[in-house]
Write a protein that binds this ligand. Structure first.
Ligand code: FAD
Length: 315
């Protein structure tokens, strides 16, 4: 089922609509890692995410594995799945192959991305320049079969200096057929809410899904924020810096900080779905869901899908 439809259905069942959530997983490097991840995804199925998504390595490295994982998640585990697909350094033949396999898996959701340019600074050899070109291509070839998601950057993108340009490019991606937005991780919730207002002001009305990164250790928290070039609010640093050597305390306090952020997002009215960057782990995400009272609430609500009769056991 398409994500936008699933969200509409999930949010129509109560007033105010219940908050829902989804999980991102990345493609592991080893076959043992893949098997471990399938076990974890199987367990996380019980939390009833609206969808899961599987990342794509820019340029098509391990693309076969992304396709395999999409097939397993969608057809074997019974999880509604979204496949990431990048177009930088990708010949159209490889894009066609990936889309055909996604189609055959029963997957109806693609996160259409450009991908990061080659690290050595060389020009992309791909057939498409921007994500919007990939979106247009998917629409032309598959009509409405796929729901198409796009990436967005509330705190800017490293290659673009102008926030106004970035908003315009987001609008262009929507105009050529995007159905939902998933954002880069962030911790500055006030900036995010202002950004949502700007997105709506320029006439982009598709669902905005915030990317939420749980805090597991201090080092990973700092590293990921630096890598994503996002701001860390002072109150995060004030709370976490003095306990940075104590992983248990960092996880506890970090969970509270991110849960407060999520609650503020939901209260803002712009957001009723949270997308967790799980980093292929379940503990920190589960702690957040519990803190937000979303685990029992989801299990009790009409959102719980029946265990699919065809859902095959992995074991
Ligand atoms: P685009 O929207 O095409 O933008 C790329 C750059 O071009 C931006 O700087 C933009 O300002 C500029 N631009 C866009 N349109 C125009 C135009 N018309 N004229 C001039 N300039 C323009 N990467 C992966 O490799 N694999 C993944 O699985 C993956 N998943 C992601 C998931 C999310 C939620 C997010 C937020 C990012 C993800 N990325 C992933 C990273 C993403 O591929 C990079 O950030 C990439 O640099 C930009 O991709 P995009 O789709 O936003 O590109």
């Amino acid at each position: 089922m398409k994500i936008a439809e699933k969200l509409k259905l999930a949010h129509a069942c109560a007033n105010p609509p219940p908050a829902t959530f989804s999980f991102e997983f990345f493609v592991p490097k080893t076959s043992q890692g893949v098997q471990n991840l399938y076990d974890r995804m199987d367990r996380m199925y019980d939390l009833n995410p609206i969808f899961v998504d599987i990342t794509w390595n820019a340029g098509g490295r391990s693309s076969t594995l992304t396709n395999e994982m999409v097939y397993t998640a969608q057809s074997t585990l019974g999880l509604e799945t979204c496949m990431h697909l990048t177009c930088t350094n990708m010949p159209v033949s490889l894009i066609d192959e990936a889309l055909e396999k996604a189609y055959a898996s029963g997957c109806q959701n693609i996160l259409a991305l450009r991908g990061d340019p080659p690290l050595d600074g060389s020009e992309s050899t791909g057939d498409f320049k921007y994500a919007k070109d990939l979106i247009s291509y998917i629409r032309k070839k598959y009509g409405d079969h796929f729901n198409i998601g796009i990436a967005a950057y509330p705190e800017g993108h490293p290659e673009e200096e102008s926030d106004d340009n970035l908003l315009q490019y987001l609008k262009e991606k929507t105009d050529v057929g995007a159905d939902f937005i998933i954002t880069q991780m962030f911790y500055d919730v006030d900036n995010f809410i202002d950004w949502c207002a700007q997105v709506r002001k320029i006439g982009v009305n598709i669902p905005i899904i915030p990317g939420i990164m749980p805090i597991s250790t201090y080092a990973a928290f700092i590293r990921r924020a630096k890598w994503s070039e996002i701001a860390i609010p002072q109150h995060f640093l004030d709370a976490l810096d003095p306990i940075k050597e104590d992983d248990y305390a960092v996880r506890e306090i970090g969970t509270q900080l991110v849960a407060d952020l999520c609650q503020k997002l939901i209260d803002s009215g712009y957001v009723n779905h949270l997308h967790f960057y799980t980093m292929n782990l379940e503990k920190s995400t589960l702690m957040l869901l519990e803190k937000l009272n979303l685990v029992d609430c989801v299990k009790d609500s009409a959102l719980v899908s029946e265990d699919l009769p065809w859902r095959k056991s992995l074991h």
